[in-house]
Design a protein around this ligand. Structure first.
Ligand code: SF4
Length: 344
């Protein structure tokens, strides 16, 4: 892997221009350039992440989300033993990282965060894999505790960097509080992932601002996902955007930040969406879920899960067909050190 790749200077105006230009040839040349940039840093290697969405309870009411508090849905909270078992299963299948995600579950946030810390500690020990935590907004003292366990990543997505839009999407949540705790985690030595949603009412100018902001805050992993309307949510009737937008954003992220880990999420279009996102320059496959584990995805909560489409095996098969392969565990760990060095 090439560790000396520099960021590309693309201006805000150029990003806006590229996003507005809807010619297929423009998109194709962005994808080609993004693939070349990925290859310079990662060769033909792709990382893959196992996803453990261990509690679907949430105290928040984000307008775009299926799991928002007001939605009358069936929810689950997996026991610590179940979570560890699923993580071990994922590790055995060859994933490079375990992504531990939950809604802002009141039981943990208000009463018992120790259980989440214990789960994290056990999984790191039992699987020997890096862990990403996505528990929502937490306190500085909890970040300190995760950092002292050696937890590698803190994922927390603004979804937009337009304050007005943020307030419409993440009802009654504080933009600065969310951003500041992410930056605090970075100061404590954790790597951070930032994210945006495409197709939620943002302008191309907003997208350009988000892309630049992700670099400015030093996000080592950056994800974009197309909005998918969720049953029972206030945005149930809103349309999902054409996927070209998401692909162009992935490509622009790659060209702007060649070193970044950029997900091809299986959570938007299932396994059939993998090739397009990899071809747009993604370097990580996220949302791998073991079939029949009783776990759900986020945007597409059941798509391809029990059919076995979202498994490491299936992903490896498709990547091999694209002349790419999954990086071994040690290569991922080595790359995290590269990202940490950049951050210092
Ligand atoms: S996006 Fe996250 S914080 Fe917002 S309602 Fe859904 S699970 Fe809760």
């Amino acid at each position: 892997m090439n560790k000396d790749i520099k960021e590309r200077p693309i201006t805000r105006e150029e990003i806006i221009h590229l996003l507005k230009d809807d010619r297929e040839s423009v998109a194709e040349s962005l994808f080609l350039k993004a693939q070349q940039e990925r290859e310079k840093v990662f060769g033909n290697k792709i990382f893959i992440y196992g996803f453990v969405y261990f509690s679907t309870w949430c105290r928040n009411n984000c307008n775009f989300c299926f799991y928002r508090k007001s939605n009358q849905i069936e929810r689950y909270r997996k026991s610590p033993a179940e979570v560890v078992e699923i993580a071990k299963q994922l590790a055995a299948s060859g994933v490079n990282l375990i992504d531990l995600t939950m809604g802002e579950d009141q039981k943990y946030h208000n009463e018992d965060f120790k259980t989440v810390l214990d789960i994290t500690k056990t999984i790191r020990k039992e699987t020997n894999l890096p862990v990403m935590i996505s528990p929502g907004v937490i306190s500085q003292s909890l970040v300190d505790e995760f950092a002292s366990l050696g937890t590698e990543w803190y994922a927390l997505y603004q979804e937009t960097h337009n304050l007005r839009l943020f307030q419409q999407l993440r009802i009654e949540q504080d933009y600065d509080e969310r951003m500041n705790i992410k930056l605090y985690a970075k100061r404590k030595g954790m790597l951070i992932e930032e994210g945006l949603l495409a197709g939620v009412g943002e302008t191309v100018e907003d997208i350009a601002d988000s892309l630049l902001e992700m670099g400015r805050i030093g996000a080592s992993q950056m994800r974009v996902m197309s909005f998918v309307p969720q049953k029972g949510s206030p945005m149930e009737l809103a349309e999902t955007p054409d996927r070209t937008l998401e692909m162009k954003i992935i490509a622009l992220m790659r060209i702007l930040y060649p070193y970044a880990l950029i997900p091809a999420s299986l959570d938007v279009d299932g396994i059939k969406g993998l090739r397009g996102r990899i071809n747009a320059g993604a370097s990580v496959v996220t949302s791998i879920i073991p079939p029949r584990s009783g776990l759900m995805g986020v945007a597409q909560n059941t798509m391809d899960v029990d059919e076995g489409g979202r498994t490491a095996e299936e992903v490896k098969h498709i990547l091999n067909e694209m002349n790419l392969s999954v990086a071994p565990a040690e290569e991922y760990i080595e790359y995290l050190n590269v990202l940490r060095e950049r951050q210092e």
